[in-house]
Design a protein around this ligand. Structure first.
Ligand code: CA
Length: 217
């Protein structure tokens, strides 16, 4: 169970998020205004903040400045998806564009919580094992010779398993949002990973979008 702060001024969306995350066993606190969010962050600790950008009082970026390391999932309209936001959401943070599916938000919440708990040392699937600490991948117990980008791409797929990631999103997460190369780079690296790891079936192509690692949760 995690303590989650929901900052969203649209009451119906705020309530929908609260209801769904409560169902998965989390304890949610709702605020509807940026100033209110900053106030509560001054005296309470949370495991995760779900943060709308366009808010009355103070906007999502101002609230983010007061989060002091608490992981954040930003909610944003696609039209507001700025480089600023993309730059902010590295590491423990993430964003989701509206309108979104509740299932996707719930999956992202679990991913961020899992990532920040740092309890996950290994990921294992069939004949493949990933060691997060030594940043190595093993196939049938033997270390695989892969480049840093191949490793990061696979780790990103693993951490976001069962979620479809667009090529653009993978570029942002692995190469950085200011990378100048095209999405073809992603395709080339995916092909190499599939071959090196023998995961042709598990790393699936999502038609017209990107890729998804099909794996046990
Ligand atoms: Ca809003």
């Amino acid at each position: 169970m995690a303590e989650i702060l929901i900052v969203e001024d649209e009451p119906s969306i705020n309530e929908l998020i609260r209801r769904n995350l409560s169902l998965t066993g989390h304890h949610c606190t709702q605020v509807f205004d940026g100033c209110e969010a900053i106030e509560i962050l001054g005296h309470r600790k949370f495991d995760l903040i779900i943060l709308d950008i366009m808010l009355p009082g103070a906007d999502g970026y101002e609230v983010f400045d007061q989060a002091h390391g608490i992981p954040v999932i930003f909610l944003t309209a696609k039209s507001e998806l700025s480089d600023k936001l993309r730059g902010l959401t590295r590491g423990a943070d993430d964003y989701i564009t509206k309108p979104f599916q509740m299932l996707e938000l719930a999956a992202r919440v679990e991913i961020v919580l899992r990532r920040t708990k740092k309890s996950e040392k290994y990921f294992e699937m069939d004949h493949v094992k990933l060691d997060f600490e030594s940043r190595r991948i093993f196939v049938d117990e033997k270390p695989v010779d892969c480049t840093p980008k191949e490793y990061e791409l696979f780790e990103t797929l693993v951490r976001n398993r069962n979620i479809a990631l667009s090529r653009e999103r993978l570029l942002d997460l692995v190469w950085g949002y200011d990378f100048e190369g095209g999405t073809r780079t992603v395709d080339v690296h995916i092909q190499r990973l599939r071959a090196k790891l023998g995961l042709d079936k598990q790393i699936t192509t999502v038609y017209k979008l990107g890729y998804r690692l099909e794996a046990p949760l």
